[in-house]
Design a binder for this molecule. Structure first.
Ligand code: SF4
Length: 412
């Protein structure tokens, strides 16, 4: 008799998530056509709560760029931005997004019948992740002749000091002054505090969702996380995201209670360090599934945990939340973090994704994998690829290397 076919258990909450993401995009599209409403573009770890305090509808172009990647359209549009002087070596979120816009394309049309990305009244970035977001927003700011405002953040920070926090919270306060004439109203402190409170709640729940991965066997994979992180990125600061993660957490908790594994027969547990390969979520998830391997945790999905947020100190706590981020920190701090995650999630190996166009979120280039393997005795693998530009990703090579790595871990 043949063995029953192993199939991944579907996360039922995905249906709710699809609906709230659709509502999010349709809501912003409607707002961009309503003269009484204001739209702000914001970087994914930018000051969203402040913008909500002014009543802006907030749109996140990185999320749009990731959709271009996940629908495997990014590689087609990157060359148009390259031809306009934006190098193939810089952020492929930027080049895919700008290239698609130049060609009048958005995946929102096929998904939701939305003609174009929403025209902003203001674009607001934080360089905590990279300088690319600034250049990206400047392009659109010039194109539409709308203001571009930003927070310039310290990088490579070891200990976060009072000076760092004062400098960033000062910039957020100045940003609030500059946003007032664009919003046409004063900052609503009650709404601002409420957004910070809801963002904090969303973070706590999202962290609990991701923490279920520490259970053996894990009820979710990194690839599930990539899909279900949407509301934490684009709806933080709202009740909708809080309700969603309460629902998802309950479902994952039920899986744990019933012994349901994301990868039935889980034998190997991995940590993913670096950006996702958006165009290969399915292929990679299927390969790991076939290898009885669960990618149980990642730095990437954890990047939207902002437990420092405090409605009693909205400016200071935002400064802290958006400065204590992994991507802003020095290598020793990053190494402590990854070592702790590997222990908490009972990880057998670490996969580093060397994303060609994102040195900012690539951590294998200066000896970190070797130092961490020496320290934790946990083996590592580096795969070369990219977040969006599939020309930088050799699928065959990645497949072979992953297979050999898992075999090494299983034998060891
Ligand atoms: S962190 Fe990397 S992927 Fe994100 S916007 Fe910056 S360069 Fe692009």
């Amino acid at each position: 008799m043949s063995e029953p076919q192993r199939i991944p258990a579907r996360i039922a909450s995905a249906k709710t998530m699809k609906k709230i993401m659709a509502d999010h995009f349709l809501g912003i599209d409607a707002a961009s056509k309503d003269p009484s409403k204001r739209v702000a573009w914001c970087t994914s770890v930018g000051p969203a709560e402040l913008l909500q305090g002014f009543g802006f509808e907030v749109y996140y172009p990185e999320n749009h760029a990731a959709i271009l990647g996940a629908t495997r359209k990014a590689t087609e549009y990157i060359p148009y931005a390259n031809a306009a002087g934006y190098s193939p070596d810089i952020c492929s979120y930027l080049t895919a997004d700008v290239g698609a816009y130049m060609q009048g394309y958005t995946p929102l049309t096929a998904a939701y019948g939305i003609e174009s990305v929403p025209k902003p009244d203001v674009l607001v970035y934080n360089t905590n992740q990279c300088r690319d977001v600034q250049d990206w927003f400047m392009w659109y700011g010039k194109h539409w002749n709308v203001p571009v405002l930003g927070i310039q953040t310290h990088r490579n920070i070891g200990e976060v000091t009072r000076e760092h926090i004062d400098s960033i919270s000062g910039q957020i306060r100045k940003l609030a002054e500059d946003l007032e004439p664009i919003a046409g109203k004063k900052l609503d402190m009650d709404q601002f505090r409420e957004s910070v409170r809801l963002s904090r709640k969303c973070s706590e729940l999202w962290e609990k969702v991701l923490r279920t991965g520490s259970h053996v066997p894990s009820p979710l994979t990194f690839f599930d996380g990539q899909i279900h992180m949407g509301p934490a990125v684009v709806l933080r600061g709202t009740r909708i995201a809080v309700d969603y993660y309460e629902q998802l957490l309950a479902e994952l908790q039920q899986r744990i209670d019933e012994g349901v594994a994301a990868v039935p027969g889980e034998k190997v547990r991995l940590y993913w360090e670096g950006m996702p390969v958006w165009g290969k979520i399915r292929a990679l998830s299927e390969q790991f599934f076939e290898l009885n391997t669960c990618v149980v945790a990642s730095t990437y999905c954890n990047s939207w945990i902002f437990n420092q947020l405090d409605p009693d100190e909205p400016f200071e706590s935002m400064a802290r939340a958006y400065t204590e981020l992994f991507i802003v920190r020095s290598d020793p701090v990053k190494e402590d973090y990854i070592a702790e995650m590997c222990e908490d999630f009972k990880v057998d190996g670490v996969v580093y994704h060397d994303a060609k166009t994102c040195p900012n979120n690539t951590n294998n280039r200066y000896g970190m994998p070797q130092r961490l393997t020496e320290r934790t005795k946990i083996p590592h693998l580096v795969i070369n690829g990219d977040l969006n530009d599939l020309r930088c990703y050799s699928e065959e090579q990645a497949k072979t290397n992953i297979e050999a790595f898992v075999e090494q871990l299983t034998e060891g």
